[in-house]
Design a protein around this ligand. Sequence first.
Ligand SMILES: O=C(CO)COP(=O)(O)O
Ligand SMILES: O=C[C@H](O)COP(=O)(O)O
Ligand SMILES: [Zn+2]
Ligand SMILES: [Zn+2]
Length: 360
Amino acid sequence: MARITLRQLLDHAAEEGYGVPAFNINNMEQILAIMQAARLTDAPVILQASRGARAYAGDAMITKMVEAVEAMYPEIPVCLHQDHGNSEATCFSAIQAGFTSVMMDGSLEADAATPASYDYNLSITGKVTEAAHAVGVSVEGELGCLGSLESGKGEKEDGHGFDGTLSRDQLLTDPDQAVDFVTRTKVDALAIAMGTSHGAYKFSRKPDGEILAMQVAQAINERLPELHLVMHGSSSVPQALQDLFNANGGAMPQTFGVPVEEIQRGIAYGVRKINIDTDCRLAMTGMVRKTAREQPEEFDLRKFLKPALEALRKLCVERYEQFGTAGQASKIRPLPLSEMAKRYDAAALDPCPAVSNAAA
Ligand SMILES: O=C(CO)COP(=O)(O)O
Ligand SMILES: O=C[C@H](O)COP(=O)(O)O
Ligand SMILES: [Zn+2]
Ligand SMILES: [Zn+2]
């Protein structure tokens, strides 16, 4: 049994100075690819399921598949995390199903479309955190709205996000507000808005500081040095994967993602969880397209999915190595939820702002 909480894992990542990719899961092949990569590199794992993934596969299927890989890969600590929870009910049902971490994304209202007020975000995130911590489960919050600084568009592509155009203020997390938010809600990790957005179409050119605001992570890290920051929309959309997709009948206009070296800079500024879904989708779909084009007579689904799984495994190995996650799994002994609950109850895991910078 190696299920770990997000908090314990990211505390370890902070101590050792590495980041952990959080890969989205929907099916068996994705889970196996991630776990095979983790074994090859001795990396701890975050598997995250969106509301869409839970609806697609069903909670029983998701949690039983995760139980299966815990038995198959007993040496790998696995955190099962709810991605972009939109309400208390979503977070609490994930906890009931066995998730060890939930994201309460109160930057948007429960419709996952309307930008929420700060008070709404504080209140709902605080409520979820109080209940989750009572049973030892970790909570990720979000402050600021994810979206493009080039277009002002929100995170609409995956069905989660605002339809209209957001102001630059809404698109960048305010570092002073982050101090207030984290100390009042006691979240374990904070997703920040800094110009990243979900999906393939993040930037129209290789991003610089104008459109990818790494300085936001740096400013929050100065004020809250122990806080674990989360970068959403962190697929790199590698040119090789765009080319694979397009060379095999795909139609993806030229696009740019978050360069791996920017994520590595982020890790130095306290980014500990790096959310990646688009790259995983693209790696697998590109290979499915390739098989379909090269072997039009093939109808054994496994012949499509095996090379797709291998392509995702390769991507995951690269990210585990690039983020410093490789070599860390064997150093971690997962604590039970009951032990985490005791530590929260004793206020041992409360946030602590850097006193000299808190008012800066
Ligand atoms: O942030 C994500 C999931 O929460 C995924 O981001 P990408 O679309 O960049 O992979
Ligand atoms: O949150 C972003 C992920 O890409 C999840 O996407 P999804 O809701 O289509 O599963
Ligand atoms: Zn959000
Ligand atoms: Zn996200």
